[in-house]
Structures are given as C-alpha cells and as structure tokens.
Design a protein. Sequence first.
Length: 398
Amino acid sequence: MSLTFHWFLPTNGDSRHVVGGGHGTPATESGRDRPPTVAYLSQIARAAEDLGFVGALTPTGAWCEDAWLTTAMVSQNTERLKFLVAFRPGFVSPTLAAQMASTFQRQTGGRLLLNVVTGGESHEQRAYGDFLDKEARYRRTGEFLEIVRGLWEGKTVDLSGEHLRVEDARLARVPDPVPEVYFGGSSAIAGEVAARHVDVYLTWGEPPAQVAEKIAWIRKLAAQEGRSVRFGIRLHVITRDTSEQAWAEAERLLAGFDAETVRQVQAGLARSESEGQQRMLALHGGGSLPHARLRSRGGTPTGLEIHPNLWAGIGLVRGGAGTALVGSHTEVAERIKEYAASGIEEFIFSGYPHLEEAYWFGEGVLPKLQAQGLWRHPYGQQVAPAVQIPFAGGGSAR
C-alpha cells in the first residue's frame, strides 16, 4: 500500500502567519503578504510536484480566486501535478460542468480531480443567486452528479429532477480519464450523496477515533448501495526536525492571532449551518484567545492539543479545516500511520507559508514513510532525507 498525499494552493493569499477565511468569513489581512499570483502559485505547485505530492487542492468561495481559472493557468507551468478543483454544483449547469471537466482533462493530460462542495452557508450561497436551503442543496448535488456521471460515460441524459432538468444532454467528447470525485459532509443527507456518487469521501482533521466513526458510517452506507469509496483527510501540518521546534512554530502562529479577530471569526462560524464546521468548533470550544493553551495539560479540555500532535489552534481564525499535525518528522509520520490504520488513504495538507512548509513535509516526513514502505514517490523518484547542518550555537538548518 502507498498512501497518497496532496498539497494546497492558497488562492486566498499566503503568509508566514495564518491566513483566515472560509465558511462565510473573509480572508485576513495577512493574505496580502504573498498575493495569489499565478507565478507564486506555480512556484508552490512545482515544489509539490517535485516532492511527490500527487495533487493540489484549490478552495472555492468569494474569499479566494476562482479555482477553475487559476488551476487552468497554473497547470501550464507544471507537468504531472493534478489539481483538486473545488466547485459548487449549484453555480453551473451539470452539462457545462461535465464539458469543462472534459476539456480540462484533454488540455492537461488528465490532471483534474473534482472536489464537490455543496455549500454549507445559505447567506454565502444567496450572494451567488442560490436560494435553496441546505437539505435541498444536497439533493440537488445528488441529481447533479447523476447527470455528470452519465455524460462522462458517453450516455445521452434526460433527467427531470426536483431541482435539475436536462433533455438530450450529451458530450461530443468524454473525458479520458474520467475525473475522480471528492466530497465531504457530516450530515445524514451528505452521507447518502457520498454513498451513491463519490469516489473519495473527505473529512476534516478530527481525532482518529472520531474519523474512524465517520469512515464506518460511510462504508456502511456505500455497501448498501453496492459501492465502495476511499477516504481522505484535510489537515494543516507543522513538522520540524524536533518536536520542540515544531511547537515553537505553533506558538509563534498563535501569538500572531488578534483577540478581536478571533472573536469575530468565532461569532461568524458559530452561525454556520455546516455540521462539519460545528464539529471543528467543538474541538476548541469556540475558544477565546486569552485563555487558549497551546497544548493540553493533564487532559484539560482548554488545551488546543486535542490528541497527541493534533492542534486545534488554526480553527480560531480560519473556517473549514482547523486542525494541524504538529511535531517532529517522526511524530507526524506516526500520526499519519494512526490515521491510515483507521482507513484513511489520502491526505490533503497545507501549512504557512505553503512553499516552505511543502519542503519541510516533503523532505522530513515523506522519506520516513518511504523507508517504512507506506509511501512511494508517484513518479518513481527517491526522496532523500533533509541534511541537518549544525550551527555553532546548537540546532540545525536545512
């Protein structure tokens, strides 16, 4: 078995500090430190490609650049990296989306993956002209995927559903290969859609026991549909040569959080309709910054280390994925193995800033997993461990 790793393209801007945003909250000012230009995003993409990441996720929403357009441009500056394009099915017709995906596959040599985002915030959806409630949006997503998959199979599709209707829909050229569909959601209706239509079910970085429960839930639903799905997880990562160095970096990020920003972001996220987002908030209790502890002490619930090497601090200022693996390269590799044991096969990571953190992970963690037979470079290359150069005053550089 070889685990699959993806990176992240920060199309809302990058920084040496955490860039907030998502789930109806705007990107923070730190997103302007490194604007999401095609040149900078291509630099991250090329680094991810060289290090052995299979793909790169791009987000969707008013707080970031459009994922379709951005990845189409960045793809021209890479050779093999795939692009996990997040998009919302309510914003484009299923026939057009199927055609766009088919075109993307031909123009990039088959490097498209699709992350279907139903949309958890009604107020954000309404800004785009979508006035369905959450339950109806998921039912529409099911109809959307039924149409798209039929078109990708070369069928002529006629469907008159509750929310979508197409007649005599057909693609002149089907995609080759057919893009895999990634999807996440913690509600009952989301589970039904995942079981019937998706290839990879995604979860945010909850503790392994909670992740295992979600995997068992989706597996059972998929089996009832006569299907099987793979499972992936979305996390941030802070990995260093030593645990002390990694936690010092987490402390630096935490020190950069403004108390008023945390208050505003948490107030906004508390109104989220997304069950997944509410599960993220529960991990840190919607914490207030003055009382936030970097690590748990004696199992106290106020600690932001909610499981060994799993830190919930990112979620104080960012919607969506709010947890990070923090520790030495060995510790992070062990946590990855723990998630893999629960059934996770694919990992989508990110870190601040995304260029440097890609190298920390790619040069520090991947060689350890490779040595244990848990990962191999997708292009047949060998990844050498980073060389530690001792400083006169102690420590090391790379």
